[in-house]
Design a binder for this molecule. Structure first.
Ligand code: CMP
Length: 136
């Protein structure tokens, strides 16, 4: 059964020219793109997207980072797309958790600047897709 997940290439990934690399890994895995948009992020969208982190010490700096440059938002589709993309991304911390061979493990050094986001559950995917692509 096919599943959808919301993927972001964050401002660090866009600025470093890694959009093609991320999309290429998604496509080589066999997943497909159901939506793709390069866009700037309003604070309200960032707050909604990261609502579960409201109150955490890094929340404000996370919002500043994610609204500080263009992101590429994608809806990625395929069998077990949520887990499949999270495996491609690697763990949240690019050094301590993500292993080489993953996007974060290959290109990241700091937890905030971890290049990509992927929904962590079917509920999150549904919620996040509605935030980024309300007309999908
Ligand atoms: P993401 O998968 O988009 O979900 C929440 C984001 O918060 C995470 O990736 C990181 O970019 C960021 N984050 C998580 N933990 C920390 C932390 N300890 N310090 C700074 N940023 C963090």
């Amino acid at each position: 059964m096919s599943e959808r997940t919301l993927v972001l290439v964050k401002p660090d990934g866009v600025q470093r020219g890694l959009v093609g690399e991320v999309i290429s890994r998604i496509e080589r895995k066999g997943l497909t793109l159901a939506a793709l948009e390069l866009r700037s992020v309003e604070r309200a969208v960032a707050e909604q997207h990261y609502a579960e982190h409201d109150g955490k010490p890094f929340f404000e700096s996370l919002l500043e980072f994610i609204t500080g440059g263009a992101v590429v938002a994608l809806v990625v589709e395929g069998p077990r797309a949520i887990s499949a993309f999270r495996q491609l991304a690697g763990g949240t911390d690019p050094v301590d958790k993500a292993t080489p061979g993953t996007i974060r493990g290959d290109f990241g050094l700091e937890v905030q600047y971890n290049l990509v986001h992927g929904s962590d559950s079917p509920e999150s995917a549904e919620r996040e897709i509605k935030i980024w692509f309300p007309n999908l």
